[in-house]
Design a protein around this ligand. Structure first.
Ligand SMILES: [Zn+2]
Length: 282
């Protein structure tokens, strides 16, 4: 049975959160990966970049992937060098949105680290020491949610300090310290020390019985034979017609001669002569 896209998606969700939680899985996600993505879009993006290289030969495909990664790493590094804050740009944008939305919330202190936050009529418990919020977004992504930002600013702390190290520029530079170095073309590669790699010996293949070429030749032979037979039969029929027409002409000639002899018909016009004309000539 072919695996549909829906089945593969359900399997992916079940691998994340188990059989019982496949309907609303985000609240059952593990907090270890620091990721709340429901769909596997990372693979889709990478696949769309490689779609032009997939139908190429192996060496050409690897060369296209190497060139793409080489330029992408350099572009991202240059973009990261321009960032002034501690967070990566997209994470900083998410945090800025939470900062704006946190202005509508109201905080009530429970104890030193726990707060009850009211936002649009709903209440959430926020623990800034454990970095947890009842909405589960802070637990899941380690990016401070709007309830957490409200509490953090209430305590006059900096919200960026409560974001996990995964999303910091310093971590990015630690993960991508190396570059994919450029390479020369194939003509400038050094010669290897081993034996020269040669193509395999040509071997005569066994005769093919049902190929297109043999079928074509078979059809041509049959047409040629048919045409030859048709022309022969046509010629023979034409000959028979000629013979029959010649026979009819000959019989007609004999009949006209006999009529002339018996009835006195003469001349090309075939008009009968009178007895006076006959007797007069005699
Ligand atoms: Zn929250």
């Amino acid at each position: 049975m072919p695996i549909s896209r829906t089945n593969s998606k359900e399997k992916f969700l079940m691998s994340l959160c188990g059989e019982q939680q496949k309907r609303q899985p985000r609240h059952a996600f593990s907090t270890v990966p620091k990721c709340d993505m429901l769909l596997n879009n990372l693979c889709e993006v990478f696949n769309s970049k490689l779609i032009t290289a997939r139908d190429k030969s192996l060496l050409t495909m690897c060369e296209m992937i190497r060139r793409y990664l080489m330029t992408r790493i350099v572009k991202n590094r240059e973009a990261m060098n321009k960032v002034s804050g501690p967070l990566c740009p997209r994470i900083q944008n998410k945090l800025n949105i939470n900062k704006i939305e946190s202005r509508d919330s109201k905080n009530d202190l429970l104890d030193g680290n726990r707060f009850e936050v009211t936002y649009k009529g709903k209440q959430y418990i926020v623990d800034i020491a454990a970095k947890k919020c009842a909405c589960y977004k802070w637990d899941l992504t380690c990016i401070s949610c709007k309830h957490a930002v409200s509490v953090i600013t209430h305590k006059k702390h900096i919200p960026e300090d409560y974001v996990d190290d995964y999303f910091k520029v310093e971590t990015y530079h630690r993960v991508y310290p190396h570059l994919i170095l450029p390479t020369n073309g194939e003509e400038l590669w050094p010669m290897g020390a081993g034996n020269k790699v040669m193509p395999p010996d040509m071997r005569k293949q066994p005769a093919q019985t049902s190929t297109v070429g043999s079928k074509k030749k078979k059809v041509e032979r049959r047409n040629k034979k048919y045409n030859a037979g048709a022309s022969t039969s046509h010629h023979s029929s034409m000959t028979q017609e000629n013979v029959s027409s010649q026979r009819s002409v000959a019989s007609g000639t004999r009949r006209s001669v006999a009529q002339r002899a018996g009835t006195g018909i003469s001349g090309a016009s075939g008009t009968p002569r009178s007895d006076a004309e006959v007797s007069g000539r005699q």
